[in-house]
Design a protein around this ligand. Structure first.
Ligand SMILES: NC(=O)c1ccc[n+]([C@@H]2O[C@H](COP(=O)([O-])OP(=O)(O)OC[C@H]3O[C@@H](n4cnc5c(N)ncnc54)[C@H](O)[C@@H]3O)[C@@H](O)[C@H]2O)c1
Length: 262
């Protein structure tokens, strides 16, 4: 898809990867609506007060997604590409993660994708085109050491993106799923006082800048590629996991011991 003059909505765009995606798509000629629970109007103004709009939106409920699609459609006229990027990196072990944390992780990292798609897909199928993008994580293809909720929800986000591509691909709907390892954002630096999932991400490989990731995503959208792996070594890890699951699990336990010092 050529992004020139396309109408694009990005969630979680108040900062981090989402703000970088918005800036990259805008630079390629798209009209962008940035949505977030915090910071979206400021992020939009920083990109372009004329051609970028920031709106407050909470995607953790179906109603929040329905309202977002409605408001963005009013602003843009129609939505060509929706990017479900908002995410939460909360949750640790079974003992230490409350039900409310599990529910919020599933709401934002998984159900938000489904709710947005639900309120977009009929119009896209009628039109014969539409583009659904999501930010999952390399953790969704592998696992996030230390966080059950992140591992489960990102795996589900990858599965949802795949299912969308299978189910609606022949109706003209394209899907791109972003699965990075470490990216230099507030999420990566959360929990710096203790051993956290982000320690694992930083120990596991290169930490990329959001702008570089966003450029790779925009290139992938222009090529209409499904999977974006800004850390190409992730493809090797996935292959090794499929070839020998026992060995992969042993390696992950070793990485966990290295990070926790156990
Ligand atoms: N940073 C990394 O290393 C990394 C790696 C892999 C995947 N990801 C994923 O990338 C995406 C973007 O994260 P980031 O790294 O830019 O972190 P970030 O914390 O800077 O950005 C996440 C954004 O999502 C917003 N958000 C959270 N809950 C929301 C809600 N209910 N409604 C609307 N917005 C909400 C936050 O306000 C925030 O602006 C997330 O899905 C994250 O899981 C990040």
């Amino acid at each position: 898809m050529d992004l020139t003059d396309r109408n694009v909505v990005i969630t979680g765009a108040g900062r981090g990867i989402g703000a970088a995606l918005a800036a990259s798509f805008h630079a390629r000629g798209a009209n962008v609506v940035l949505a977030d629970i915090a910071g979206a109007p400021e992020a939009a103004r920083a990109i372009d007060p004329q051609r970028a709009t920031g709106i407050d939106a909470d995607v953790s409920t179906e109603e929040g997604n329905r309202l977002l699609v409605e408001r963005a459609t009013e602003i843009l006229g129609s939505i060509d590409l929706f990017f479900a990027n908002a995410g939460v990196g909360t949750g640790t072990t079974l003992a230490d993660t409350g039900e409310d944390v599990w529910e919020q992780a599933f709401a934002v990292n998984v159900h938000a994708h489904r709710w947005a798609a639900k309120h977009l897909v009929d119009e896209w199928v009628a039109r014969g085109e539409g583009y659904f993008c999501s930010t999952a994580s390399a953790a969704g293809l592998l696992a996030q050491i230390g966080s059950g909720p992140y591992t489960l929800t990102k795996r589900a986000a990858v599965a949802f993106a795949e299912w969308m591509a299978i189910t609606y691909g022949d109706a003209g709907i394209r899907v791109t799923c972003l699965c990075p390892q470490g990216v230099n954002t507030a999420m990566l630096h959360a929990g710096d006082d203790e051993v956290s999932g982000s320690d694992v991400v930083r120990a596991a490989g290169v930490v990329l800048e959001p702008d570089d990731v966003a450029e790779q995503v925009a290139d992938a959208i222009e090529r209409e590629s499904f999977l974006v792996l800004p850390h190409p070594e992730v493809a090797d890890y996935v292959r090794r996991k499929a070839d020998d699951p026992e060995r992969w699990l042993a390696g992950m336990r070793k990485l966990q011991r290295r990070v926790t010092g156990a």
